[in-house]
Design a protein around this ligand. Structure first.
Ligand code: TRP
Length: 443
């Protein structure tokens, strides 16, 4: 139960409420959502089981776990590279994650002050652009969030996290359902649902297809050792399959409810679904500005969103922290200061991407407008995480013996186990490779 809570805290975050809706919006909706859901089921779930399994068997930081398990299986010590790539991706992801979490923090104050009152599509969009184009302010909140994360990480992952997740995550979900109720009353609910669930593959660029795969990894916290670290705390008797499916289900549910709440508001207020990373911050305040009790609900919502981001951020940098503590004999405090400090500094590039240094470029058939932020996001989400996941699948499926993985999954080498093994050996790796080839235009 504690493992499920901690891992759900890691999985549910900005990815679900901020990233999923805007990416679905940029990529035309239904087709993106369909590819994303398929990736969760066929690639994400089996690889998540593999990553937890490796963590629990190794019981150390991802880098050490990989060298130990490689030695156990008589394979090359180079598998430790998988841990290294994870450490680097975590650091890169943290750099932009805390900037966006900073936006959520800033919006807590906006909500309390009643700034959302009487927001229209236009005034809300102006307020958002006004906020992000002031790098002094966004850098300030980015700093606050970085410090919040460093403090918790310095104390060790386990203290207090589960209790907070147990109460605050369900509350966030209740608020999303409340917004869903508001969305149904806008008269545009059917348009929102149609947009999200009626696939039109013509609207999906090559970049869009790859992003759907990448986002499946991002939203499940997969492919860089975060879930491996959590797996290393998992008790021997817990079932990896059941917990994985529970986590993936809850994570997907939160994203879909957020999407169904947001798009009707988008359409009702004449906003662009493809307006990018500001989508949630522009659409939801309109709702809070209009609904009864919106001051309270709006404030609570951004507090809880910050909290969800916080429990995710902790897991993003934990592989790096665990490595410094285990291999360099550093104290947790110092390790947290070093890693979060470096990620903070790199995060200033993301602050500036929205604060005046944004530039455009084209990637796999899509136009990107947010400069460094897009580069960091594409490099990690679309490439490093799926590559990490591919390596995890190959390791669990080909390097480890069937007997060892069956032992960890508490089963014999039959039935569901055979299905998992086929997925992890063939389907998931082939899937990732096909997505890569497709994005290069080969397919
Ligand atoms: N899954 C989180 C979200 O959706 C983000 C996250 C936490 C993450 N840990 C991770 C992403 C590890 C990639 C890798 O917001």
């Amino acid at each position: 139960m504690i493992f499920v809570l901690a891992a759900t805290g890691s999985a549910v975050g900005l990815g679900n409420v901020w990233k999923f809706p805007y990416m679905a919006g940029e990529n035309g909706g239904g087709a993106f959502v369909l590819v994303y859901l398929a990736c969760i089921a066929v690639i994400g779930v089996p690889i998540m089981m593999a990553e937890i399994l490796l963590g629990r068997r190794g019981r150390r930081s991802p880098i050490n776990t990989m060298s130990e398990l490689a030695a156990e299986a008589g394979a090359s010590p180079r598998w430790a590279w998988l841990g290294w790539i994870g450490v680097i991706s975590g650091f890169l992801i943290m750099s932009f994650y805390s900037v966006i979490a900073g936006w959520a923090l800033a919006y807590v104050l906006e909500a309390v002050s009643g700034a959302f009152d009487g927001f229209t599509g236009e005034s809300s969009a102006n307020a958002f652009v006004g906020h992000i184009s002031n790098p002094g302010i966004t850098a300030f909140w980015h700093t606050v969030f970085s410090i919040m994360t460093a403090v918790v990480v310095a104390k060790g992952v386990k203290s207090g996290l589960e209790k907070a997740v147990r109460v605050l995550m369900p509350t966030l979900f209740v608020l999303l359902v409340l917004l869903l109720g508001y969305a149904i009353n806008t008269g545009y609910f059917a348009d929102g649902v149609e947009f999200l669930f009626n696939p039109d593959f013509d609207k999906l660029s090559r970049e869009g297809v790859l992003s759907a795969l990448g986002h499946a990894f991002f939203t499940l916290s997969l492919g860089m050792g975060a879930i491996m670290v959590y797996g290393s705390y998992m008790p021997e008797k817990a079932s990896i399959a059941t917990t994985t499916i529970t986590i993936a289900f809850m994570d997907t549910l939160v994203a879909l409810v957020a999407g169904m709440a947001i798009f009707p508001i988008v359409f009702a207020n004449g906003l662009e679904p493809g307006s990018g990373p500001g989508l949630v911050f522009i659409s939801l305040p309109i709702a809070f500005g209009q609904m009864p009790g919106g001051l309270l609900f709006g404030t609570l919502f951004f507090v809880l969103l910050t909290f969800a981001a916080w429990t995710s951020a902790i897991s993003i940098i934990e592989p790096a922290i665990a490595f410094l503590v285990e291999n360099r004999g550093m104290g947790r405090k110092k390790a947290a200061t070093v890693i979060v400090g470096l990620a903070w500094a790199l995060g200033l590039l993301t602050v500036m991407s929205f604060g005046g240094w944004g530039f455009e470029f084209e990637f796999a058939g899509a136009k990107k407008t947010d400069g460094f932020f897009d580069i960091l996001d594409i490099a990690t989400t679309n490439f490093m995480l799926p590559l990490g996941g591919l390596a995890i699948a190959l390791f669990a499926g080909w390097v480890m013996s069937g007997k060892d993985t069956a032992d960890e999954l508490h089963t014999t080498q039959t039935g569901w186990y055979s299905l998992w093994r086929v997925l992890v050996r063939f389907i998931a790796p082939a899937g990732v490779i096909l997505f890569f080839l497709h994005s290069l235009g080969v397919l």
